[in-house]
Design a protein around this ligand. Structure first.
Ligand SMILES: Nc1nc2c(ncn2[C@@H]2O[C@H](COP(=O)(O)OP(=O)(O)OP(=O)(O)O)[C@@H](O)[C@H]2O)c(=O)[nH]1
Ligand SMILES: [Mg+2]
Ligand SMILES: [Zn+2]
Length: 296
């Protein structure tokens, strides 16, 4: 893996043992070998953002200030993946920001924006973006310019992991903000309406010369396991649930079937901003069941 020296130059370093424990964003101690280096020690992390699939753990990055969850009008985003990424961020105590890209694709964008209503209502920072509008689209809404300025503001001075499904525009964003990065991007496959996993490794790019603002581009994910989370922890990591769980009659309420449950009584209880959407409740009960299976 590439290690950056304090002067900004990067060199290849190998882990001491067989397998590398270091992840992007780690601060490490290293020793020079002939023309490369050896990682001696990983400094203590302020946080680690990772997912835990059934069989393996996948670390994205460490020592982050925030996670930008980038989804797009196309390919259509999975609410389950979004919810999982948000839960993982909450569990790691890393602030998530949601950005919906490709606002130039008016119709699917409108649909996706509506689908995101519950996430705006629960207080997540959310931006509409047109990172790379097609030159043919002459009617890019002016709000996009406002929001890309807002995004640049939010990124200022922070280390941000850009996370999201393949084809959402993560590398396009990196290229926009770090032109010299020249990350490969690709058209999404029309047949599958899905990305092609153009980016295959996680890389940190400095946005500014003083190396204060960093963007970490990552490969698109399809699966997002949360096996590191106890089912009883879930409601606390979902802001719309957390708000109502305090009204439950039983302190150990699972919010699945108990009488006097403050969560169940809010599901679809009308269109108030604070109610819990039916889809969020379904995602919660599915996740609860999944995390209650035999643990590995
Ligand atoms: N219409 C439209 N297309 C965009 C926009 N932003 C990016 N794209 C296109 O979306 C496609 C995918 O972009 P990438 O940046 O490669 O996506 P990625 O998220 O890095 O994908 P992976 O590396 O596979 O995870 C490219 O063809 C981009 O040109 C946008 O705002 N509008
Ligand atoms: Mg990419
Ligand atoms: Zn309850």
């Amino acid at each position: 893996m590439l290690v950056e020296r304090s002067d900004g130059t990067r060199l290849i370093c190998h882990p001491r043992g067989k397998k590398s424990q270091a992840v992007v964003g780690d601060r490490i101690r290293w020793l020079p070998t002939e023309d490369e280096g050896t990682i001696e020690k990983i400094e203590e992390r302020s946080n680690l953002f990772y997912r835990q699939d059934e069989m393996r753990s996948k670390s994205f990055a460490a020592n982050l200030d925030q996670v930008l969850i980038l989804i797009a009008a196309e390919p259509e985003f999975s609410e389950s993946q979004l919810t999982r990424a948000l839960i993982a961020a909450e569990a790691a105590r890393i602030t998530p920001i949601i950005a919906l890209n490709k606002s130039d694709l008016a119709e699917p964008f409108g649909r996706a924006w509506t689908k995101l209503a519950p996430y705006r209502a629960m207080g997540y920072r959310m931006l509409a973006l047109a990172i790379k509008p097609k030159p043919t689209s002459s009617t890019a809404p002016t709000v996009d310019d406002v929001q890309s300025a807002e995004l640049i503001n939010l990124l200022q001075g922070k280390k941000t992991l850009v996370l999201g499904p393949s084809g959402a525009g993560k590398s396009s964003l990196t290229n926009l903000l770090v032109p010299q990065a020249r990350v490969l991007t690709a058209e999404i496959s029309q047949a599958l309406n899905s990305g092609k996993h153009t980016t295959t490794s996680t890389t940190l790019y400095w946005v500014d010369e003083s190396r204060q603002t960093a963007l970490i581009d990552s490969p698109g994910f399809q699966e997002f396991g949360l096996h590191h989370i106890e089912p009883m922890q879930l409601a606390c990591l979902m802001p719309d649930f957390k708000a109502h769980a305090q009204n439950c009659k039983f302190y150990n309420c699972t919010h699945l079937h108990e009488p006097g449950c403050g969560v169940i009584s809010e599901v679809n209880s009308g269109a108030t901003a604070s109610s819990i959407s039916a889809s969020r409740y379904r995602l919660y009960s599915d996740l609860f069941a999944e995390l209650s299976q035999t643990r590995y």
